[in-house]
Design a protein around this ligand. Structure first.
Ligand code: NI
Length: 187
């Protein structure tokens, strides 16, 4: 089944997600569908709230960025119940986009070194220090699990400047090459 990407303005993107356990129905199929959705929309990561489910599940395939960012080479990951710890507080700004915010890209300050604990699709535990752009992708996707979006990290002035574009997404006036689900209309 092709999963639509829930767009900015949809309340599911602002909720706190719940942990996942091995009993979750059809988890393997859901992971497959999320990966297919990520590839079809040419993203390098997708979090479950973006397909309308508030659970702590993320898929990442950073390998297309491997040439520019060696830490991304070959990194295909399924993150279940990830926990993130900042190892170095210094922030670096780089451009980011998000499948839930089509047509937008903004410089986002993030830390460059994190420690990540997670379970994979077989519920095996992992614990790894992650740096550079891969750490950025993980932080971006992790934010989705706590109801945050990258635009929450940009300056109020910058946010004001893109307000029109944000409203266009909320109101369904955006074009997308992948299936999407718009925010429910306000009555
Ligand atoms: Ni995103």
């Amino acid at each position: 089944m092709k999963l639509p990407v829930y767009l900015y303005g949809h309340p599911v993107l602002r909720r706190i997600s719940e942990p996942v356990d091995g009993q979750y129905p059809d988890l393997g199929k859901l992971i497959d569908d999320m990966q297919a959705c990520m590839y079809e929309s040419e993203g390098v990561g997708l979090a479950a709230p973006q397909i309308g489910r508030n659970i702590r599940l993320i898929v990442i395939d950073a390998s297309p960025l491997g040439e520019d960012f060696p830490e991304c080479a070959g990194r295909k990951m399924v993150l279940i119940n990830p926990e993130l710890e900042v190892l170095d507080g210094e922030r670096v700004s780089r451009p980011e986009g998000c499948l839930s915010l089509p047509g937008l890209s903004e410089n986002v300050p993030r830390v460059e070194h994190i420690r990540l604990k997670w379970q994979d699709e077989n519920f095996e535990s992992h614990d790894e220090e992650i740096s550079g752009f891969l750490a950025r992708i993980v932080q971006h996707e992790y934010d989705h699990l706590i109801g945050k979006l990258y635009i929450d990290h940009i300056s109020p002035i910058r946010k004001q400047l893109i307000k029109g574009k944000l409203n266009n997404i909320i109101n369904g006036h955006t074009r997308c090459d992948y299936p999407v689900k718009y925010a429910p209309k306000k009555k």
